[in-house]
Write a protein that binds this ligand. Structure first.
Ligand code: ADP
Length: 424
């Protein structure tokens, strides 16, 4: 109890002063003088401590009693605080150094959109200048509209790939992570090579499909003419030629789907302006189904009239792929139902069948090109293996989500969920 011994020391001094005063004739004056001396002593201690606190780079003052104790404790806390500050600073320096050494660009952006820090790679990829650009709004410096839209939309689940407009035409991928209270961390990667390779692959598939189409049209044309009157052909050739015709038609369908897929991929990033009346589209599809499959029934359940902003032909091909799959993979005496409804802020298209269903293990790969659950069954139904890949790309191009719900032997429901942003 430091303060108790400090008070007892004061009392001893005041009592000694009173005793000396009593000896000299007035104990009160003696006690008062002693108190004054104590006060002066304390004031001097406080003054020295206060002076040290103002400039704590100086060593702590030599003060006595309880003041010495207080100074020792403050000094200890200061040392501890400075050690942890140094440790923290070295961690921050280490992290910044590792960010700075990254080949990917890193930018830290504060809540208001101002740049706080960026590494060398970010400076060269985004043409930023550090430290000159500290505090500048990132959207003022990176002026590509896709980037501003993405940055301001605050929805960073998917990365953005955009082309830079500068002297060097690059494709950059941006991944944004939010941290602290509204600050953001941007990772920027140069994906130009990947985008170019992807473009080359797309062009190659598109060109090959296009080039193969002409000779195939000639072959199917001749086969069609020759088979109009099979009685004129040697009997041994008829079956072989019919098979050739069947395979040629299958190949034509395959090329048609490949070309269509490559067109959808090429235009995926472009804005779509048509207001598509999904209910009317389903009506048109119902007519088509009743003429192609007169024995089958497509039931419609149109619960809303909402239109979506998009491309009519693309949406028609996606929805018809879902409907034809439902018809292909279910028995003739079952019903296929297509519904257009609203659930919360989303609009949804569901295509439901009571067919063979799909084991959940296949779901992740179903939308891959040429992926088939059962090869023999699919070739028997004449599918190209591209239907769901087309659906996936059309969905992505329209900001929609493709959902698959199916149980083996109990039928399937394929759904397209359209966000509020594309409804009109
Ligand atoms: P395909 O031309 O072979 O039908 P898709 O890409 O349209 O190709 O479909 C991929 C595979 O998914 C199909 O081969 C089939 O096995 C399965 N599938 C698609 N839709 C259904 C469905 N409604 N019911 C059962 N299986 C389906």
């Amino acid at each position: 109890m430091e303060w108790l011994s400090a008070i007892s020391r004061i009392l001893v001094v005041v009592a000694a002063g009173a005793a000396l005063g009593w000896y000299l004739g007035d104990p009160v004056v003696g006690a008062a003088v002693a108190s004054l001396l104590v006060l002066l002593f304390w004031s001097r201690q406080i003054w020295r401590i206060e002076k040290w606190l103002r400039d704590s780079s100086q060593p702590p003052p030599d003060v006595y009693g309880i003041w010495g104790d207080i100074v020792a404790r403050i000094y200890k806390q200061q040392r501890e605080a400075s050690v942890s500050r140094e440790r923290l600073q070295s961690t921050v320096d280490y992290l910044l150094e590792s960010f700075a050494a990254m080949r990917d660009g890193v930018v830290i952006v504060e809540t208001g959109g101002g740049i706080r820090w960026c590494n060398d790679a970010a400076q060269s990829l985004l043409a930023l200048r550090y430290p000159d650009d500290i505090g500048q709004a990132i959207t003022n410096l990176v002026r590509e509209p896709e980037f501003s839209q993405y940055f301001n939309a605050n929805a960073y689940a998917e990365p953005l790939v955009f082309a830079t407009a500068g002297a060097v035409n690059r494709h950059l991928q941006v991944v944004i992570t939010q941290f602290a209270e509204g600050d953001t961390l941007l990772f920027i990667r140069d994906v130009t090579d990947r985008v170019r390779t992807e473009q080359m692959r797309r062009d190659f598939v598109g060109n090959v499909s296009h080039e193969l189409r002409t000779p195939l049209t000639v072959i199917t044309g001749y086969l069609g003419t020759l088979l109009t009157d099979p009685s004129k052909l040697p009997a041994a050739y008829v079956r072989a030629m019919e098979q050739m015709q069947g395979q040629a038609v299958r190949m034509e369908n395959l090329l048609k789907d490949l070309l269509w897929l490559s067109r959808i991929e090429t235009t995926q990033g472009q804005k779509k302006h048509e207001q598509v009346d999904v209910a009317a589209l389903l009506d048109e599809l119902q007519d088509e189904v009743s003429s192609t499959y007169p024995e089958r029934r497509l039931e419609l359940d149109l619960q809303c009239t909402t239109r979506v902003r998009g491309d009519y032909r693309e949406l028609y091909s996606a929805i018809s792929n879902l409907v034809y799959n439902a018809l292909k993979y279910s028995a003739d005496d079952t019903v296929v139902r297509a519904s257009w409804s609203r659930s919360g802020s989303q609009c949804r298209l569901d295509v439901q069948d009571q067919g063979i269903g799909i084991d959940a293990a296949h779901f992740p790969r179903l939308t891959e090109r040429f992926y088939r659950v059962d090869d023999s069954r699919s070739s028997a139904t004449g599918g190209t293996g591209l239907g769901l890949a087309i659906v996936k790309h059309v969905a992505a191009a329209h900001g929609a989500e493709l959902k698959i719900d199916s149980k083996l032997g109990q039928g399937s429901t394929f759904s397209l969920l359209f966000p509020v942003t594309v409804q009109c």
